[in-house]
Design a binder for this molecule. Structure first.
Ligand code: FES
Ligand code: FE2
Length: 399
């Protein structure tokens, strides 16, 4: 009997590779190469108004910490376990000079120095021997930043030129609402959220077609793209000719490791971007975007509409039918599975960003200094991102 050959149609899900993550991209924990690289930079973690005379719990880079503000208006950020016998400082009391543990009353200042041990002779004879583990904090335009890396490598605190000048009738505001998510962390790894900034083509599909036009007509057309490495990260140029003949040169940038500078997608303001944001790993599986923005006093931030509603008001079925960034990124999984990816030519920005990011991880592992880290008290960053609109020759070189 003749056998009839059967054509095997491969590519079934049975052949999926073992799920795997690129640890170099997704790790955040202390002691991992990437966690150590991330710890060489300052990160925002709360608003200034969150630091009060009642201790509160905050989490950043997977570390649970205690935040407070003492009677001298100094902000403290502490490891939660008291250095005496481990009670959480969440139950401590804040005093003029610092924070006092509820269990045996040890008092620590905002730098963790022990000031008093009420159960010890003379209030503690060797106070200098005990230090509550702490992190330095810096306030900048209503946002609290911390440096969680090796003390010997504490870098200059970066400031941004766009906040040097505040026009008459404008204000600078710190915003922790995670870009329209009412402050709740996004339940996925930070890297898949952050690399989205170097994926400008998703705007054409996700934001301008699939779910209706979530931004404005100027943003809807397919742009001409180019990507460029900068001294501190990567930027993309998205160029379009508008219906009225003007040239729209849009520049978006990421600054290592997790700063995102994106001009308003509603193109409300022309020129340099008016905000700087940080994609902060709260933990390996939680992410929150903190933003400092400049705006006309009291002007509410314009928000994308999905089926005519803002994101928190959507029903489950509307989330499915009108997806946005949240659905696309959380839809990749808690930590996206890199072994199942197939990067294409349109992922050039993502590839370049990953490459530059990995270079910094390896630099720190090799004992070198990652880009953007400088010595001194403060450094200043000149923002490039913006919406530059006009005659082509006048705007194409900007940013
Ligand atoms: S455990 Fe904090 S003072 Fe004893
Ligand atoms: Fe997006």
């Amino acid at each position: 009997m003749n056998e009839i050959p059967v054509e095997i149609d491969a590519g079934t899900a049975y052949e999926l590779p073992e799920p795997g993550w690129d640890e170099e991209l997704v790790d955040v924990e202390r002691g991992t190469p990437t966690g150590e690289m991330l710890r060489r930079y300052w990160h925002p973690f709360a608003l200034s108004i969150d630091a009060t005379d009642t201790p509160s719990e905050v989490k950043v880079l997977g570390e649970q910490l205690i935040l407070f503000r003492d009677g001298h208006d100094r902000v403290g950020l502490m490891h939660p376990r008291c250095c005496h016998r481990g009670t959480s400082l969440y139950y401590a009391k804040v005093e003029t000079e610092g924070i006092r543990c509820c269990y045996h009353g040890w008092l620590f200042d905002v730098e963790g120095k022990t000031l008093n041990m009420p159960c010890e002779p003379e209030g503690g004879l060797h106070l200098e021997r005990y230090r509550q583990p702490w992190y330095p904090v810096r306030e900048y335009h209503g946002m609290l930043f911390t440096y969680m890396g090796p003390p010997a490598h504490k870098p200059a605190f970066p400031t941004y030129d766009i906040f040097d000048h505040v026009p008459e009738g404008w204000e600078i505001v710190a915003d922790d609402n995670n870009i329209g998510l009412e402050g709740d962390p996004t339940p996925c790894n930070w890297f898949q959220t952050h690399e989205n900034v170097m994926d400008p083509l998703h705007v054409y599909v996700l934001h301008a077609g699939f779910s209706g036009n979530q931004f404005v007509a100027e943003m809807a057309g397919l742009p001409e793209l180019s990507f460029h490495q900068t001294a501190q990260g990567v930027k993309s140029h998205q160029d379009r000719t508008l219906d009225d003949g003007r040239f729209f040169h849009r520049v978006t940038e990421v600054v290592m490791p997790n700063v995102r500078i994106v001009a308003s997608p509603f193109v409300e303001f022309e020129g340099k971007a008016t905000s700087v944001a940080w994609t902060v790993p709260i933990s390996r599986t939680e992410t929150k975007i903190f933003t400092i923005l400049k705006r006309p006093i009291g002007q509410e931030r314009r928000r994308a509409l999905y089926n005519g509603k803002i994101w928190p008001d959507l029903s489950e079925s509307e989330h499915q039918r009108f997806p946005g960034d949240y659905e696309a990124q959380v839809g990749q999984g808690v930590v996206t599975i890199h072994t199942e990816e197939n990067l294409a030519s349109s992922d050039r920005g993502v590839s370049i960003f990953r490459h530059v990011f990995r270079q910094q991880v390896r630099a720190v592992s090799n004992g070198e200094t990652p880009i953007g880290v400088t010595n001194g008290v403060e450094s200043r960053y000149e923002v490039r991102a913006g919406n530059y609109i006009g005659d082509r020759e006048d705007v194409v070189h900007l940013g």
